[in-house]
Design a protein around this ligand. Structure first.
Ligand code: F6R
Length: 237
């Protein structure tokens, strides 16, 4: 495991974007799994800028979406699909046949099987960039949820539902999610986990202490885990 702590968020974003671009450049045709959420958006913006500078071809790899709120579709502001389409896939010019994201309006179990087939067809996830929820979830691998193989339909934790309101422009009642499971994520060679801001400091401290109630702690034994924190998120280490 590598722990990177940057003094500023800008520095953190720059380091992560350059490292991700370097990996992508060296692994054409590989499958990359990207989190939505607020935290990694500046990294995606920087990756798009690096591509514009001719430093990386982001369409040289394939993509799998990490998760989705069951019940939300492309037209819903705050769905993972909408966020990733507008923040990354479209500005990066990723062709539709190079990416697959969950459809939150489709039958969730069928969506999981379809995503598993996509992952398998592209040789498994080799690189993933994750955030962490304040309850320690990664994707929608919630506290107490089973560590199943493949992709999972999960009951959303109360904290996830409460914090989730920040993404939406109106009130939503969302109780389920679909996610790539921790075991599939753990098969990636490189796992970037990113946290910024003071509000992530407690959960990052608990994760790094190996708290078994924190789903992200299960990534700690992974040899390719690279944790990227700004100074605030590292405040309880
Ligand atoms: C989003 C996702 C979630 C978020 C986490 C942190 O696709 O998988 O696990 O990464 O909830 O969200 P932010 O970055 O908004 O604090």
């Amino acid at each position: 495991m590598e722990l990177h702590i940057a003094e500023t968020r800008e520095d953190l974003v720059e380091r992560m974007a350059r490292a991700a671009a370097e990996w992508i450049g060296a692994h054409p045709g590989s499958l990359v799994c990207l989190a939505a959420g607020d935290t990694p958006l500046p990294v995606y913006a920087r990756l798009v800028a690096l591509q514009a500078e001719g430093r990386v071809d982001l369409a040289s790899v394939f993509y799998a979406g990490l998760d989705e709120w069951v019940g939300l579709g492309p037209a819903d502001a705050g769905s993972c699909l909408q966020v990733m389409r507008d923040a990354f896939y479209e500005p990066a010019g990723i062709p539709a046949d190079r990416r697959r994201v969950f459809d939150g309006l489709a039958d969730p179990a069928t969506e999981c099987r379809a995503m598993e087939r996509w992952i398998e067809a592209h040789g498994g996830i080799r690189f993933t960039l994750l955030g962490i929820g304040i309850n320690g979830h990664v994707g929608f691998n919630e506290p107490g949820a089973p560590d199943g193989e493949g992709c999972l339909v999960v009951a959303l934790d109360d904290i996830t539902q409460t914090v989730g309101v920040k993404y939406f422009d109106r009130e939503r009642t969302l109780q389920q999610g679909v996610t790539v499971g921790l075991r599939s994520l753990s098969k990636a060679e490189i796992v970037f986990l990113m946290a910024t801001g003071e509000r992530k400091a407690d959960i990052v401290g608990r994760m790094l202490s190996g708290d078994p109630a924190v789903p992200a702690s299960r990534l700690l034994p992974h040899p390719g885990l690279r944790i990227y924190l700004d100074r605030e998120a590292a405040g309880r280490l």
